[in-house]
Design a protein around this ligand. Structure first.
Ligand code: PLP
Length: 397
């Protein structure tokens, strides 16, 4: 079993799925799982100390985002933050239409679809073939009864960045609330919320080296808010439920570390991603999915003609490399990702797409190793495409 001190031996290139808890974040949370176990709402010393530590974590996160700590509410995850923002805008405005894109994460997509089933109207602004979004498509979709525009800052599959500031400005002009799902953007690109035309922003701890099961929602000062989780008075009445204290404190530390690592992310990690991508593009029939520059520094999404992503991932796993496909795979039956198909990619190309997402732990040696392994895997799969039973064997061996 791996402990926190023994790094995993796999080459981990699936950091958009989740990241490793940083040693600093881990260390910060331990006292709050042991001696400082008090309830932050309790008036005695260990309660007060935990309350002070949560307030400190909130300031650390506010510093990363360039906002006031009073504008942050801790939640259980990115999904809850997204749901809370959408719910709030609808309840507060009383309006029955929302605008989003056709490549959102299921945290927004499935909520929008659930609203449609309840009689709300939703417009899904389309993206271009490189995954980018034209703000004009959003402007055209806004109606007098629009409660909210909700757009992801960075796409989890392709890394493509949306023009969040431009769209926020046009929402402000039209008097429409604006939410961004920034789960993939926070900690990877600089964000300075003060003065930005954003009403709500969602983030998730486990995408930036904090534990799973903690997130936050930014609610701009004076933006309307109707709580999604109703219960106790925690989070100034904005989110009921005893705080996940240890994880909140780890998130604060992780936010501070992310700010310090931002330059590394945008120089060394970006260079590693580019080296990996350019090396893989030398394979005949390889193609990148998504805009090459309007993109997160850590992500590449790439298809290999004649190979299924499912087989590629299984072979990579056997070689000790963790990667992802956008498609929902259950061995033998695969549906292509809605992100790639809504970008207009042919089914075959979407089914052959894998996502490699880096983080600050990745090294040049790891990238060199993947550049040795992957061309061989692609060549093997092209020479001997596996049938369903071979795939099942690979998946269970
Ligand atoms: N939004 C985006 C863009 C994501 O990538 C994810 C997770 O992959 C989420 C929301 C959901 O975050 P969480 O896993 O914290 O619920």
């Amino acid at each position: 079993m791996n402990t926190s001190d023994s790094p995993p031996t796999a080459i981990y290139l699936d950091n958009n799925a989740t990241t490793r808890v940083s040693p600093g974040a881990f260390e910060a949370m331990v006292p709050y799982l042991t001696n400082l176990h008090g309830n932050p709402s309790s008036a005695y010393r260990i309660g007060r100390e935990v309350r002070a530590a949560i307030d400190h974590a909130r300031r650390q996160l506010a510093d990363l985002l360039g906002c006031s700590s009073r504008e942050l509410v801790f939640t259980s995850c990115g999904t809850e933050s997204d749901n809370a923002a959408i719910h709030s805008a609808i309840e507060a405005s009383g309006k029955r239409h929302i605008v989003t894109s056709n490549v959102e994460h299921s945290a927004v997509k499935n909520h929008a679809e659930a609203l449609e089933r309840r009689g709300f109207a939703v417009t899904y602004a389309p993206v271009a073939t490189d995954g980018t979004l034209d703000p004009a498509a959003v402007a055209a979709a806004i109606r007098p009864d629009t409660a909210l525009v909700s757009l992801m800052w960075a796409n989890n599959e392709t890394g493509v960045l949306f023009p969040i500031i431009e769209v926020g400005a046009l929402c402000q002009e039209r008097g429409v609330l604006f939410h961004t799902d920034a789960v993939q953007a926070v900690g990877k690109i600089p964000i300075a919320l003060k003065d930005l035309p954003i009403d709500y922003l969602s983030l998730s701890g486990h995408k930036l080296h904090a534990p799973k099961g903690v997130g936050a929602l930014y609610i701009r000062r004076r933006a309307p808010f109707v709580p999604y989780i109703i219960g106790g008075h925690q989070e100034k009445g904005k989110r009921g439920g005893t705080e996940n204290t240890a994880s909140i404190i780890a998130l604060g530390r992780a936010a501070e570390e992310a700010a310090a690592a931002m330059d590394d992310e945008n120089t060394r990690v970006r260079a590693l991603r580019d080296k990996l991508e350019n090396g893989l593009l030398a394979i005949e029939g390889a193609a990148v999915n998504g805009h090459r520059t309007q993109r997160l520094p850590n992500t590449t999404n790439i298809s290999f003609e004649g190979c299924s992503a499912e087989a590629l991932l299984l072979m990579l796993d056997r070689a000790g490399v963790c990667a992802a496909a956008g498609s929902a795979c259950t061995t033998g039956s695969v549906e292509p990702s809605h992100v790639l198909t809504n970008m207009g990619l042919a089914r075959e190309r979407a089914l052959g797409a894998i996502r490699l997402s880096l983080a600050r732990e990745n090294t040049g040696e790891e990238i060199d190793r993947v550049l040795e392994i992957l061309p061989t895997i692609v060549a093997e799969l092209r020479a001997n495409p596996p049938d369903v039973s071979t795939l099942r064997e690979l998946a269970t061996s």
